[in-house]
Design a protein around this ligand. Sequence first.
Ligand code: SAM
Length: 290
Amino acid sequence: MNKLTDINYIKSVLSKHGFTFSKALGQNFLVNPSVCPKMAGQCGADDKTGVIEIGPGAGVLTNELAKRSYKVVAVELDKRLLPVLAETLSGYDNVKVINDDALKLDFHKLINDEFPQGDVVICANLPYYITSPILMRLLEERLPVKAITVMVQKEAADRICASPGTRASGAISAAVHYYCEPEMLFRVSPGSFIPAPKVESAVIRLNILKEPPVKVSDEKLFFKVVRASFLQRRKTLSNSLSAGLSMSKAEINTALARAGIPANARAEEMTMQQFSDITASLGCALSGER
Ligand code: SAM
């Protein structure tokens, strides 16, 4: 039996190194032996596809990724876990652990240096406190990766996967659907971790698109529009955009009308195409065209 699927082994290595869990770093480690093989098996890792893992913790998922991929580079912020990982992953010569902050690390350089050829995927049981910033960073930087498979809080997974134009959608749904096709893979119960989180988790895979699903006149403005639209979910699009973009309601209403959108529409009703139309229309208004 592989020792890293044995909760007693994981606990004993952690305690041998005097490790205590940090809530601030989102440290909930997987101990359910069926979750990591399932996650690693669905992330696209194989003998021609390298993997970047964010937050290896004690190395339980890393272990499964290393079995499937020719190379795994794992980025861990917490220095205290380096000796733990050196011990738990000592049987592998295809794993490299980097002590760095995934929010600051230059991923383009990492991919150029560590995976000069072949496909790359990202796989991570994310520290939940950085779910949105890390996902947005990975997507906005247009990294040359095929897919991003992550475990996140179930509620965040629902929001991320929700199609724009549906009730459950939010700013992150529109941003995510611009870069990829998200897929809900499976749920994970709180009892699968030590310590157990309060909420359920889910594993999702973001399949990176070659082209965005809609043409956008100005990407920066598009994301500004999306963010502003959802700033005040309960208000109308007209009110939210006026407040979020510091424009008068009259200007916003003219732009919405030109895009064929009623002033009392709500952000959650907008499809990707409609966000793109609003962006084009507002772009004209901002550049002085009427
Ligand atoms: N992969 C392990 C598992 O599934 O058991 C641990 C997952 S735990 C939810 C999140 C991990 O991310 C922890 O090891 C934590 O120290 C690490 N982490 C937190 N913030 C980080 C950051 N900014 N950059 C890299 N790793 C980070």
